[in-house]
Design a binder for this molecule. Structure first.
Ligand code: F6R
Length: 359
């Protein structure tokens, strides 16, 4: 039931604090994690990780790859349909993680099957107990976000990434013998994530900023590192429900081509996390020289970025590894309010289905 909300998407955006509390419940144990079927040592013998996924779940996989790589675990992310076409090498020491909210996405199931047949260990990271992915993989880890009705994935992305932060802690300890860098502070921040998300869902500024996004020109989303995956996700959400042209770029790639698209009519959303801040600021300067309006999404503490940007959507200051999750919630709100203003079919965008069970 939508209750007092006009759309399931808006309801699910606002449900994120509750969803995240369910995701995290009982899983943070002091400065370690406690993950049901995965006690310490569960991943001994694994030497590398591959994520396979589609769409929003692919972006969560990229976030997971970033988390693992920074702590010395070899990790790569693949678009599931491409993985089936050109499978990456695996052996019995490869852990292939299918990130799939529904657990029924045909492309992801096919990629997992290809990995399984070649001897890899498989794990389903999913929202649906009893789904095909959960039943056919060697292991399953549930994101516990609750049912998602809107076609555009919102709360499941946040819960996927939060689960990946937990899983990264276990994987990094098992594969490298040491906890993640800064683990105590990061797990502390993770515990506060639901309340930080609530600050963002209670913020009303995205509705005003979305007024900039009603034209026919392109909308661009940039970030570096974990914010790159969120830039891609912000653009996907925007195009999916507004039907407007949107693209996400690695901020450093702009000058290698996409800068030619930038004009005073193309709003640019810059996601700042605290990582790679000076470089992001240089990218913002390059854009502003071409006259494009820059909307920074960042904590107030990222003052260099906040002061240069034309507009600013704040997120609470937290551990820099988690800031991009909060920024993503602002981008969900931007897409929602722009689509709502344009009277789009927000919960059922044209041509799209919630669960894609064909290849
Ligand atoms: C976008 C969206 C899709 C799904 C994709 C994978 O908002 O919802 O891109 O993320 O179809 O679906 P799952 O996670 O069910 O495998």
């Amino acid at each position: 039931e939508k209750g007092s909300y006009d759309h399931y998407m808006l309801k699910e955006i606002h449900e994120q604090p509750v969803a995240l509390r369910q995701t995290l419940h009982g899983r943070i144990d002091g400065d370690d994690v406690s993950l049901e079927d995965f006690p310490p040592g569960s991943f001994e013998g694994v030497d590398s990780v591959q994520f396979v996924a589609c769409g929003t779940s692919y972006h969560a996989g990229m976030y997971g790859e970033w988390l693992l790589s920074k702590d010395g675990v070899e990790a790569n992310t693949f678009i599931a349909s491409e993985y089936a076409a050109s499978p990456a090498p695996v052996d019995e020491d490869t852990l292939v993680i299918g990130v799939t909210q529904s657990g029924e996405t045909a492309d992801t199931l096919e990629a997992l099957e290809s990995a399984r047949q070649r001897g890899a260990r498989t794990l389903a990271l999913t929202n649906v107990i009893g789904s095909t992915a959960a039943r056919t993989c060697d292991d399953a880890l549930f994101i516990r976000a609750g049912p998602e009705i809107g076609v555009a994935a919102t709360k499941t992305f946040s819960s996927q990434v939060a689960t990946l932060v937990l899983l990264a802690e276990r994987l990094v300890r098992d594969l490298t013998g040491s906890p993640t860098d800064d683990h105590a502070a990061r797990l502390d921040a993770l515990e506060s994530l639901p309340e930080h998300v609530e600050v963002v869902t209670n913020d009303t500024q995205a509705a005003d900023v979305s007024q900039r996004c009603l034209g026919d020109n392109g909308h661009f989303f940039i970030g570096r590192g974990n914010a790159y995956s969120v830039a891609l996700e912000g653009a996907l959400k925007f195009k999916e429900i507004t039907y407007g042209h949107a693209e996400g770029f690695a901020a450093g790639e702009l000058k290698h081509g996409p800068l030619a698209l930038v004009t005073p009519e193309t709003p640019i959303f810059a996601v700042g996390t605290g990582h790679y801040q000076n470089r992001l600021e240089s990218n913002v300067n390059e854009i502003q020289t071409r006259g494009a309006p820059v909307i920074a999404i960042a904590p107030r503490t990222a003052s260099g970025l906040v002061d240069t940007a034309d507009e600013f959507l704040p997120v609470p200051a937290t551990h820099p590894d988690l800031v991009a999750i909060l920024a993503n919630v602002q981008l969900q709100l931007i897409a929602y309010h722009a689509a709502n203003e344009m009277e789009r079919s927000i919960d059922k965008p044209r041509n799209l289905a919630k669960s894609v069970t064909v290849e």
